[in-house]
Design a protein around this ligand. Structure first.
Ligand code: ADP
Ligand code: MG
Length: 265
């Protein structure tokens, strides 16, 4: 992909699957870092009260005074007061911590509660080319906020039996949000993760995913490797931690596919 001379308005991507441990956070960090390597300005939004995205970028969530929670709940707070720079040039972070779990309850009584995140991100759209939202493992109000704010959804799917279980519920939720809240929302793609080419099992699951979702499956497949858990401990993306690794190459390939699907190469 070529460099870009002008930035924004941002395409917003929700990284979403209500199942935990499928690679949402890992994919958010590494897709973001790969897009930044290609010269795109990237904002990553930690939208899980667990704060794993923040931890994965070397931030201690417990020490934060202001997080995405404050941006949602306090009108008039400037994004700059919450934004953090990351070690990756061109990539910023809206961090989160356990405070965000209160938002799920507090938002229920708000007017237009589903579009709170969309309103909070509004002032930042022109500063970035991509905003990637790392969703929590549920289909509750926070995730509905992410889907309402997003243009596109990426669904990471672990290459395990039963991976497809629950996808129908996710697809239904995406369709409801499309109908009622965000007609622009599109499924960008299904991302097969934790693929182990040595097992027949992984290959069978991948074949079933492709059969079920066809063109919606990215050509990029993320292999299973211990390198990813290592990057979490290191607090940096695989693209810098192990720049020449297979895992880094895979996320760069995913970034090129995402750019192509957005017609932004
Ligand atoms: P989620 O955000 O969906 O819960 P994570 O990205 O946190 O999933 O991944 C869950 C765990 O699996 C983490 O410990 C992460 O380091 C590890 N992991 C993620 N992707 C891979 C992979 N391709 N191979 C091996 N381990 C992975
Ligand atoms: Mg996560």
């Amino acid at each position: 992909p070529g460099p870009v001379s002008e930035h924004g308005p941002a395409k917003i991507i929700a990284m979403c699957n209500q199942k935990g441990g499928v690679g949402k956070t890992t994919s958010t960090i590494n897709l973001g870092a790969a897009l930044a390597e290609y010269g795109r300005r990237v904002l990553l939004v930690d939208f899980d009260p667990q704060g794993a995205l923040s931890v994965g970028l070397g931030v201690n969530p417990m020490e934060l005074d202001l997080t995405v929670y404050n941006l949602l709940m306090e009108r008039g707070l400037a994004p700059d007061e919450v934004l953090l720079k990351t070690a990756v040039a061109g990539m910023d972070l809206l961090p989160s911590n356990i405070d965000l779990s209160a938002a799920e309850v507090q938002l229920v009584s708000e007017v237009a509660r589903e579009s709170t995140l969309q309103r909070a991100l509004g002032p930042m759209l022109n500063d970035y080319d991509f905003i990637v939202i790392d969703c929590q493992p549920s289909l509750g109000l926070l995730t509905v906020n992410a889907l309402t704010a997003a243009h596109k959804v990426i669904v990471p799917l672990e290459c395990e039996f039963f991976a497809l279980r629950g996808v129908a519920l996710l697809t239904e939720t995406i369709e409801k949000v499309q109908e009622r809240l965000n007609p622009e929302l599109e499924l960008d793609g299904i991302l097969a993760t934790m693929y182990d080419s040595r097992t027949v099992h992984s290959r069978e699951v991948l074949a079933r995913v492709v059969e079920a979702f066809d063109d919606n499956v990215y050509h990029t497949v993320i292999g299973r490797t211990v390198r990813f858990p290592e990057t979490t401990v290191a607090g940096e993306p695989i693209t810098t931690y192990a720049s020449n690794s297979v895992g880094a190459a895979a996320y760069r390939q995913l970034a090129r596919e995402v750019l192509a699907r957005c017609h932004a190469e």
